[in-house]
Design a protein around this ligand. Structure first.
Ligand code: A3P
Length: 272
């Protein structure tokens, strides 16, 4: 069921647009932008600039693979093309669709502490609304209804990693899905990126000097051929304060789903 690549567009300098050989499937707010930017430090990687939303948005999916390829950057044939669409991970129809394109594809999934992810998700929506001059409820009022965790809050569902992972494991073997530790990528990106390099069978090219900690930003930034740059201001924002009792409720809420996730992938993370 491989998609035929006999009619791919060729540029005059010998570059082509290729289907991605690896996809960053999520998770939303996991550190997907940092991951794709850091991966792009590697000379054998070319990355789609924007989120493509091919497999999850019907309007795009129905345009077919020719459209999908047209969204990819021009690359030399030996290079690996990567795109990131964080919404893929939590969309139940996506695994089968990607499998149909390429059952051997290597998938990258970056996760972070599910409670942190919820707060980050809330913060993202909060700023999106602010930009549109709309109000947004307080974090506590979306998290808690009648004194209990509000199960209807979508951001909670996105942090139930085992639920979504189950769908992927119906189509892909575990060793084709590399889970990047998003909390570690924040604290110390280099070791996480070495693992990604290895997973993708890339030659070891990313090195420690590609990263430097920027005190003003409070995060690692990138150094590429002497040029230094940090991620956009929307990456690494302060989260709202949440009362400790509510935080504890959240940690408890995720305890069992986390355990199920660890069991599913045979690996644990130091989530609270
Ligand atoms: P916060 O803004 O909530 O801190 P995504 O790109 O998937 O939307 O993820 C955004 C998150 O990436 C940020 O969430 C931030 O914590 C994390 N991140 C990881 N490494 C980063 C880096 N070097 N610079 C900025 N943000 C980084």
């Amino acid at each position: 069921s491989h998609h035929s690549d006999s009619e791919l567009p060729v540029h005059s300098n010998g570059t082509i647009q290729q289907l991605p050989q690896t996809i960053i499937i999520g998770v939303r707010k996991g550190g997907t932008r940092a991951l794709i930017e850091m991966l792009s430090l590697h000379p054998d990687i070319t990355a789609a600039e924007n989120e493509v939303h091919f497999f999850d948005w019907e309007d795009n999916f129905k345009k077919g693979f020719q459209w999908y390829v047209s969204q990819m950057p021009f690359s030399f044939p030996h290079q690996i093309t990567v795109e990131k669409t964080p919404a893929y991970f939590t969309s139940s129809k996506v695994p089968e669709r990607i499998h149909h394109m390429n059952p051997d594809i290597k998938l990258l999934l970056i996760l972070r502490d599910p409670t942190e992810r919820v707060l980050s998700d809330y913060t993202q929506v909060f700023y999106n609304r602010l930009q549109k001059h709309k109000q947004y409820q307080s974090i506590e009022s979306v998290l808690i209804k009648n004194g209990e965790i509000n199960l209807e809050y979508k951001a909670l569902n996105r942090s139930l990693y085992y639920l979504h992972m189950q769908n992927w494991l119906k189509y892909f073997p575990l060793d084709h899905i590399h889970v990047v530790d998003g909390d570690q990528l924040i604290k110390d990106p280099f070791p996480e990126m070495k693992k990604v390099e290895k997973f993708l069978n890339l030659s070891p090219q990313i090195n420690t000097s590609n990263f430097y900690f920027n005190k003003t930003k409070g995060f690692y930034c990138l150094r590429d051929h002497g040029r230094e740059r940090c991620l956009h201001d929307s990456k690494g924002r302060a989260h709202p304060h949440v009362a400790p009792q509510i935080l504890d409720k959240l940690y408890n809420f995720f305890h069992e789903p986390n355990r199920k996730f660890f069991e599913l992938i045979g690996r644990t993370f130091s989530w609270k």
